[in-house]
Design a protein around this ligand. Sequence first.
Ligand code: FAD
Length: 329
Amino acid sequence: MPEVLVLIERVEVDGVREVTKPSLELLTIARRLGDPSAVVIGSPDADVAGTLKKYGAAKIYSVSTGEGAEDAGVSGYLVAPEAEVLAQLIEKTSPAAVLVVSTGRGKEIAGRLAVKTESGLITDAVDVTAADGTPTTKQSVFAGSFVVQARVTKGTPIITVKPNSVTPEEVDGAGSDVAEEAFAVTISDAAKGAKVTGAEPRKASGRPELTEAAIVVSGGRGTGGDFEPIQAFADSLGAAVGASRAAVDSGWYPHSFQVGQTGKTVSPQLYVANGISGAIQHRAGMQTSKTIVAVNTDEEAPIFELVDFGVVGDLHTVLPAATDAINRG
Ligand code: FAD
């Protein structure tokens, strides 16, 4: 089986480095295409390596320039060195595909890698299969009006996959014969053009990251500016909070939580839209959610065309009642 390179993202939460959930999703997808090889910048500690093995990594590359355990020679600079690392690994392994998480950062790495290796690039895939042995992707385009299938026809398929496209699956009996291999790289001076001068670890808010969350509870203009019921309901479900553009433009919730065409794209297992009409630009950011629920006072609201379950009612009444019921168990 050919290798499939998966660029692993780690995040520091409360001083502990963890593999992000979207990286585990990539390992699950990689298993459909070949043998997943996890690419870790620096050396993974035992917990990280254990998690990667549990989710199906057949090999782990610990990438090193020799500049310290966390490898400042790569992670001390912005983006470009990671593209060089992956290009060198493509040279070494001739993989069936390279998978990267579809964040702004991930897409920049993938774009640079595609140019460097003269390979085709597909961004924002929501599914990847190995039809006829070739990686084949699905993407939602034109604000969700079409789902297209695509394949890379030149070089190594480089694919960025949106978070929450699949559920990460553990592998039975994984880990027994996983090879851990140190991979020494040399980074060019050109790739060291932008240096990281400071980093603040993400503060644990108690809520999951919006684009990674399995459940998202969003509020729109119908909140009238009161996000308290939205947040309380989200917390009862362990969900992230999102917002429509009308809500963020009114200054009711920070811009970084906007869902939609000009905001974040989410694809959770469950999306609950409260006081949101369902404009096409909002749908573009959430319509690939697996189950959609809406609470709206207007039974004619366009959001109801999209939902699996709809509640016609005032969110200020419906949400506190639902929160109460969930919290009571
Ligand atoms: P509204 O459309 O005003 O809907 C409010 C809804 O709340 C109504 O359906 C109403 O019936 C309901 N309601 C009122 N009171 C209650 C209550 N008490 N309980 C329950 N329901 C209630 N929008 C985005 O969201 N994300 C984007 O990324 C985005 N990008 C855009 C990009 C462009 C180029 C443009 C032109 C627009 C963009 N928009 C985006 C804006 C979009 O067109 C809509 O204006 C916006 O989504 C509307 O937000 P809303 O649904 O919260 O408000």
